[in-house]
Design a binder for this molecule. Structure first.
Ligand code: 5U1
Length: 674
């Protein structure tokens, strides 16, 4: 045998041994050799690769040490949106979730659920082509994330190559990258001796470490990943349950939670939640709740999704952590829509993993409900990423100097008298964009990443430009000039040019982003997308009356009213005209009206169908222009009911709404597809 062949053999054997022990150590947490033995083997591998670079393979453990820094992260469009999870905060919320599942599936008993700890880290998507890791991305806004391929390759519990011979031609694995508590403590101890800034909690540490442009830095951070689902896939038929998906992930070499269980019935889920809540503090990593997922994938398909979350899963959060501190002062902030929010300034307190010095008091009703005075000792709660809240007052600790909180009568920024609409808790400044605070907030929203994504225009600059009267309306953004900006203190030519360039780049955008950027009350990203998809053009949205708006998925009377009021206001239309005259444009969405043969019809689907999936039927009906509603009313044109239909069927019969079966629905779809 030649020397070359000998080397290749030794290299392969060494690599296999190292991969085996890395998996024992990182994925299975069951090492068979000492760290020193592993290091010696690794050193030999590096020697061999150094002397024979042609041997280096993509899955070599040496490929995890990071590479040259990037100048920026590229964007990655997720082929399948990365959703978030709905939250449950109590046993009742979980019971309500289970009831919704049973009602929608038309079944009497709870289905099987997979229960998994919810790791407190950063969601990632990993793409494998023919078993090889080719891309890693952050979740971003769910549709678009950042390419962090170089960084994920440094995480040892992420396989560079899937185990097993028969791997899919394409598969996306999703999970959470996190920093175990020990690693976090070690990192912070080292950071403080080196004079570096420590991280506040393991979650921030994981986020900060993954978002390093220099992957060699990421490689030195103690990160792990727990895999929890499969996204896009080709050349791989999914198994029939989520439990089997987790087993498959484990066989491919991923770490899946050792604590996951498949349980029958919601009571067992509640017991599991209580058990894990007990164990929570003793786990080697932070978890902030338990995720419950319907086990059968065909049930998941049938249940489908609401705007941004699957209907078949929920995260029950652990009770929020609370601490007592002193309320020092209350300030009143003016929001984008003019709502006045009292903000509590607190004696700083460490709660839920961070130091909290501000908390929201929501509105005047909340202040009255709490009966809180300035100077009081208050319980502050911080749950997950939710803004810290004051949950109660400790009356026995009230000092003599305590004084009541008085809500202002005029806007603290523009001094316009405040108003309160009937039935609304919020007290508002009615001055709109002529109030500097509302103008600032509207512009911050307009330029934000999820809206027009104008980079480089941070909150401080927006505030400065408004104060200097460089911006008096959204349209003025497009009148900013580099030569004027570069004269401002601390800006300089380069930053000024960058801002103008970012504004320039935003002139061509997507209709849904523009609608969202306008900041219409109650119109979030999902509603903006629905509006764009439904109407196709801004002109059509502006022209829509309340009835037309109510036809749009997920839009109810209140939101429809806000949209109509916004576009009925001449000053808003004027600003939109000015923005468009400044060159902001998008491609309208072509809606083929001739195929909308069910336009104007409201249909309800209930019970289980044997041939059609309910989600597929809903999509097909909506494509034909029908509105598929979730409840029966006198406006319902027809109900299609399968076996197991319950209250919706009864309601239809009471209201004399026509009821048909699945065969009639199939016939309808076939007839309209022609
Ligand atoms: N354990 C776990 N965490 N987590 C987060 N499972 C899980 N599933 C998620 C998310 C966002 O989403 C799925 C419903 C795919």
């Amino acid at each position: 045998m030649s020397h070359k062949q000998d080397l290749a053999r030794e290299y392969q054997a060494l690599k296999d041994t190292l991969l085996y022990h890395a998996r024992r150590y990182y994925a299975l947490d069951a090492p068979e050799i000492s760290d020193a033995e592993y290091d010696a083997l690794f050193k030999r591998l590096l020697e061999l690769e150094g002397a024979n670079p042609e041997l280096i393979s993509a899955d070599s453990p040496s490929q995890r040490v990071g590479s040259e820094p990037l100048s920026a992260f590229n964007s990655v469009a997720h082929r399948m949106p990365m959703l978030s999870l709905d939250n449950a905060f109590s046993e009742d919320d979980l019971l309500a979730f289970d009831k919704r599942i049973r009602d929608r599936l038309g079944i009497d008993r709870s289905p099987e659920y997979v229960c998994e700890p919810k790791y407190d880290g950063i969601a990632v998507s990993l793409i494998y082509e023919n078993g090889k890791l080719v891309q890693g991305a952050t979740r971003g806004d769910g549709s678009t994330g950042e390419d962090i391929s170089e960084n994920v390759k440094t995480v040892h519990s992420i396989p560079l190559q899937l185990n097993g011979g028969d791997v899919p031609s394409l598969v996306e694995v999703r999970g959470e990258v996190y920093m175990p508590r020990e690693g976090f403590k070690r990192y912070n101890a080292q950071a403080s001796t080196k004079g570096d800034k420590p991280f506040v909690n393991p979650r921030n540490a994981a986020a900060g470490s993954l978002r390093q442009l220099d992957s060699r830095i990421t490689a030195r951070r103690p990160l792990e990943m727990c895999a929890y689902s499969i996204g896009v896939h080709e050349g791989y038929p999914l198994p029939s349950t989520h439990g089997e998906v987790l087993q498959q992930l484990s066989q491919w070499g991923f770490m899946v939670s050792e604590h996951y269980r498949v349980l029958e019935g919601v009571e067992a889920c509640t017991r599991y939640f209580d058990e894990l809540a007990e164990k929570r503090e003793s786990l080697p990593y932070d978890i902030d709740g338990i995720v419950f997922k319907v086990n059968r994938l065909d049930f998941q398909d049938e249940l489908g999704f609401v705007a941004r979350a699957p209907r078949w899963a929920i995260a029950r959060k652990f009770p929020a952590q609370e601490e007592i501190t002193v309320l020092k002062e209350v300030e009143f902030q003016v929001g984008r829509t003019g709502a006045i929010t009292p903000v509590a300034r607190l004696e700083p307190v460490f709660v839920g993993g961070v130091t909290v010095s501000n908390a929201t008091l929501h509105n005047a009703d909340e202040i009255a409900r709490l009966g809180v005075h300035i100077g009081d000792s208050v319980a502050v709660r911080r749950a997950g990423d939710v803004i810290p809240q004051i949950v109660s007052v400790v009356p026995s600790l009230r000092p003599d100097t305590a004084r009541p909180i008085t809500f202002p009568e005029a806007c603290p920024v523009c001094e316009t008298p405040l108003v309160q609409s009937e039935g609304e808790a919020a007290i508002r400044c009615p001055a709109g964009m002529s109030c500097q605070a509302q103008l600032k907030e509207s512009i911050k929203h307009y330029v934000s990443r999820t809206a027009m994504d104008i980079d480089g225009l941070g909150d401080k600059l927006v505030s400065l430009f408004v104060d200097l009267k460089l911006i008096r309306s959204l349209a003025d953004l497009y009148r900013l000039r580099a030569d004027v900006l570069s004269e401002l203190d601390g800006l300089g030519k380069k930053s000024a040019d960058n801002i103008i360039q970012a504004i320039e780049a935003s002139r061509y955008c997507e209709l849904h982003r523009f609608i969202y950027a306008l900041g219409i009350r109650e119109v979030g990203q999902a509603t903006a997308r629905n509006l764009a998809r439904h109407f196709g053009s801004l002109e059509a949205i502006i022209a829509a009356d309340i009835d037309a708006l109510l036809e749009v998925e997920d839009i109810g009377p209140v939101v429809a009213q806000h949209i109509q009021a916004f576009f009925a206001t001449p000053s808003n239309l004027d600003i939109i005209t000015q923005i468009r005259e400044a060159g902001v444009h998008w491609d309208d969405i072509v809606i083929d009206e001739s195929s909308m043969t069910l336009k104007g019809k409201t249909i309800v689907l209930t019970g289980s169908f044997s041939t059609l999936k309910r989600s597929a039927a809903k999509t097909a009906l909506e494509a034909l222009g029908a509105k598929v509603a979730s409840s029966v009313s006198k406006n319902t044109d027809i109900v299609y009911a399968g076996p197991g239909a319950g209250s919706k069927l009864t309601k239809a019969q009471e209201l004399n709404v026509p009821v048909e079966d699945e065969d009639a629905l199939i016939a309808l779809l076939e007839q309209h597809a022609e």
